[in-house]
Design a protein around this ligand. Structure first.
Ligand code: ATP
Ligand code: MG
Length: 138
């Protein structure tokens, strides 16, 4: 099992000025930060990142939202990283997320849900290399 995952603090959460609070929750949960950037995605980059969703009805809305402001990708390490991080962020829809999860605390809607977390070890590796060169990671 891999011990890596990729998070993205999404535009709604960056816009609410809660980058620090969210990073604190992540590090308090035992994740180590190996890489961190603040960037504004182009539509092309967002489209590539979410290509698996290109046939879903919300794809256009998703790309528009993910390019609406800066985002903070983080490369993270912890034992059981993918599953533990998905538990820390909560359900996709913040209304259905458990109390204390990042999406419950900071998400506004199923679209603007504050944070992304990789859903498999394979996707984690691909997503980390999407945002970080290996020589940039600590
Ligand atoms: P993420 O991949 O961002 O961590 P997730 O794995 O919980 O989220 P996915 O099914 O992969 O959920 O959906 C990717 C993203 O697309 C969601 O985080 C959300 O921003 C958006 N999304 C998902 N479902 C909807 C929907 N029904 N309407 C609008 N946006 C949606
Ligand atoms: Mg997903």
């Amino acid at each position: 099992m891999s011990n890596k995952t990729l998070a993205i603090i999404k535009p709604d959460a960056v816009g609410k000025n809660v980058i620090g609070e969210i990073v604190a929750k992540i590090t308090s949960a035992g994740f180590k930060v190996n890489g961190l950037r603040l960037i504004k995605l182009s539509a092309e980059q967002a489209g590539m990142f979410y290509e698996i969703h290109k046939d879903r009805p919300f794809y256009g809305e998703l790309i528009e939202y993910m390019t609406s402001g800066p985002v903070v990708p983080l490369a993270l390490t912890k034992e059981n990283a993918v599953a533990d991080f998905r538990a820390l962020i909560g359900a996709t829809n913040p209304e259905e997320a458990e109390a204390g999860t990042i999406r419950k605390l900071y998400g506004d809607s199923i679209a603007a849900n504050a944070i992304h977390g990789s859903d498999s070890d394979e996707n984690a590796a691909n997503e980390i290399s999407f945002f970080f060169r290996s020589n940039e990671l600590v």
